[in-house]
Design a protein around this ligand. Structure first.
Ligand code: GDP
Length: 131
């Protein structure tokens, strides 16, 4: 996902350019907005964390871009491309270093395993929307 902060700040094009330049193929993509229920379900793993309420507020406050990306070693390579959760710790040239503003508003989400990538893909897309 390209998160609401990055959409608000005009970074959709810049982020997609970094993603496709790094060799990822876009196999599904949409411009959409999460409901509270969507965000609570998507981030259910974090529901006991102190920042859960803030995370749901943030992720629902405006539109996002969701996409499914394909590449060999995609999960690991995408997490390297986006950088650390906190942009202050992210390596130079990473998407979060370039486009994120804080640990909370960190521009992009990437799946953390192949298993979660499959679950998150099914959360956002119907089979007929995946090419
Ligand atoms: P990620 O896998 O790098 O996205 O990081 P996590 O799975 O640890 O956290 C999920 C998301 O929760 C992050 O991308 C942030 O948007 C948000 N988040 C993480 N830590 C904090 C925090 O300390 N405060 C707030 N408000 N949000 C946070």
């Amino acid at each position: 996902m390209i998160k609401p902060d990055a959409v608000e700040n005009g970074h959709i094009g810049g982020i997609l350019d970094k993603i496709t330049s790094a060799g990822f193929k876009i196999v599904a993509m949409k411009y959409t907005q999460l409901s509270r229920r969507d965000a609570q379900a998507f981030y259910a793993i974090h529901k006991e964390r102190p920042f859960f309420g803030e995370l749901v507020e943030f992720m629902t406050r405006g539109p996002i871009v969701s996409a499914i990306l394909e590449k060999d070693n995609a999960v690991e390579d995408f997490r390297a491309l986006i950088g650390a959760t906190n942009p202050a710790d992210a390596a130079e040239g990473t998407i979060r270093k370039l486009f994120a503003t804080s640990i909370a508003e960190n521009a992009v989400h990437g799946s953390d395993s192949d298993e979660n990538a499959a679950i998150e893909s099914a959360f956002h897309f119907a089979g007929r929307e995946i090419f």
